[in-house]
Every structure is written in C-alpha cells, then in structure tokens.
Design a protein around this ligand. Sequence first.
Ligand SMILES: *Cc1c(COP(=O)(O)O)cnc(C)c1O
Length: 362
Amino acid sequence: MKQKINFYSGPSILPKQVIEQAQASIENFENTGLSILEISHRSKEFVAVMEGARALAKELMGLGDNYEVLYMQGGASSQFYMIPYNFLLAGQTGVYIDTGTWANGALEQAKLFGNVHIAASSKNENYNHIPKQLDIPGEAAYLHLTTNNTIFGTQYHFTENPKKHFGIDYPLFADMSSDILSRKMDFSAFDLIYAGAQKNIGTSGATLIAFRKELLQKQRKPLPAMLDYAVQAANQSMKNTPASFSVYVSYLTLQWIKEQRLEKIEAQNNRKAQTLYDAIDASSLFKGTVAKEDRSLMNVCFVIGDAALEKKFSELATENGIVGIEGHRSVGGFRASIYNAMPQSGVDTLVQLMEEFERISG
Ligand SMILES: *Cc1c(COP(=O)(O)O)cnc(C)c1O
C-alpha cells in the first residue's frame, strides 16, 4: 500500500517512528509479555509512562517545578469549561480574545460561570486576522487566547513577552492545541496552557495541561473531583483510569521531538510554511485567506474561489495520494495542516501539484 500524504487537521500525521513503536508495544510492551492496550494503569511500567510523559512535556516546554503538568481526558474542549469552573468565580471577569471558532467556543462556555469580557473579535471578517486593537481591562481573573487558530489559519507571532504585549499583570491562559511544541517560545510566560494531543503531540484521547501551581490558590471550591485541577494534580493524572494508550503515544511523540530538537523542528516548520505561502503568493490561481502578518505556520488556508476548479484540484490531489486538504466548511477552499511530523517533501509535492494545476487550467 502506498503511503498517503496526510494534511488532516487532527487527528493528524504522526512520525513514522512513533507509529512503529506504538505498533510494537501493542504486541509486547517493554517485554512485559502484555500489550500496552491491556496493561494496568497502576502497573509500574505504565506509571513510568505517565510520569515520563509529564516530565518530558515539562522539560520540552522549559517549565520549572513551579508548574504542574497533567494529562486529562475530554479534549481541549473540556478545558473550555474546566478553566472557568476552576478560576472564574462569581462576580469575576474572564477576558477573551475572539480569534476563531475554538476561541469563541471557549468564551461561550465561560459565560456559564462568570462575566466574560471580549477584548476584541475578528468574527465579522470571518476571523481572517488576529485583532490588534484590544480593550483590555486593568483587572480580571485571567486573559484567555488561542495561539493558533486551526480552522482559519491565523497564529500569534509574539515579538515580546505576551503579558507585556497585552499590558496585564493577571494570569494569561492559552489554548495551544494546534501549535504546542512547534516552535521555541517562553512557555513560562503563560500561567496555564492546554492542548489536545492529536495535532502536534500524539493522538486523540489525551489532553496536556500545564499550569503555575500558585494558581490553585484561586480555585473555586468545592468542585467535582474529576474537574478539579488540584485533585488531578494530587493524583498524578490518575484520579481515574487515564487514556493510557493515548498518553503512551504522546510520550513517544515527545521523545521524537526531543530527539529531533525543537530548534530543528521550528526551522523545518518555518521552511515548510514558507514554501507553501511563497507558492500561494506567486500563483494567480490560488489565494491566501488571511492577513499576511498573522499567517499560521501550522494550518495554511487558501482558495481558488471557483467551486468547479476547486473540485478539480481536490481530485488531482486525491489521485496523487494527498489526503485532508479540504478547507473547513466555514472557510471553504483548502487547508494544508503541516504539523511537526509533516516532512518538507510532503509540502513540495503539494506545491508541485498546485503549479501543475495552474499550468493546465490557467
Ligand atoms: C482541535 C482544537 C480544539 C478542540 O480539541 P478537542 O480535543 O477536539 O476538544 C480546541 N482548540 C483548538 C485550537 C483546536 O485546534
């Protein structure tokens, strides 16, 4: 069977090495004579996986012991309500920047718990840019943002400490589901970070959460045990049975990131995005959909603007083994998700097809 070139937005491409290691562990996990799928989460072998994954995520993000790193279930979407349930007390205000469908989903959930202040929104322009004019209150429980807008293909490119950028001295929270560990950054500039594993750091079922421990002093109490960050931390992410296989795949993916080195991954990600955006900018057929300065290095959105031609290009892509480049229905056209595991050669193949298509239909 010929390998496909996987541009799906999530679950998405994984390093070949990770899939092979996972496959071997489904047969026989670390010579236990058991499959990773059937081993107890209380076994010493699995406890080492959970502890190893949490420690490695912390190491790769360069976070100190003042941070707690956990794996939880329910996806990034469950953090949309867990965050305000824990940290947005009655009468307090959560500040949100509305940069896309996921950012909007997060703020809608927060409304169930407290006041929501929308500092800015690009919704009326179909989220084609990151808003720069912000109305940031001097006091709030936290500011929440989405670093990479997976559906619309925009991303924050901070040039200074983000808290300084926003002029806040209260906690800063970020949904990094689609760009976590895709570039070097000062992760400790954020007080809480969360990411579904299925884009850059594994497969679906596990969600990574990192937060500054002192945040726990500001929690609502009491909380249902499963939704209480303090309880999850006190139980080392094993208050109940974790998504053990997903945590394992995430651990393997983090090990791959460490081996590759984040600097090198970042350089490759920059080059892949540059290749694709250069092709879009040079084309008279394909057009980018977002403001250039906000372009995402992870999700590249582009259109032709003619439904018949778009259908033809889709067919050509499919014939050439390309999978998952249809744009989200709210943008249309195409979206190439080029996460860490996507090799330069995959992007080169897509660009060659775009050029060929322009020649034959231009
Ligand atoms: C995919 C995605 C989500 C939703 O993740 P689930 O794990 O499916 O809940 C949330 N935020 C962003 C930025 C995403 O890319």
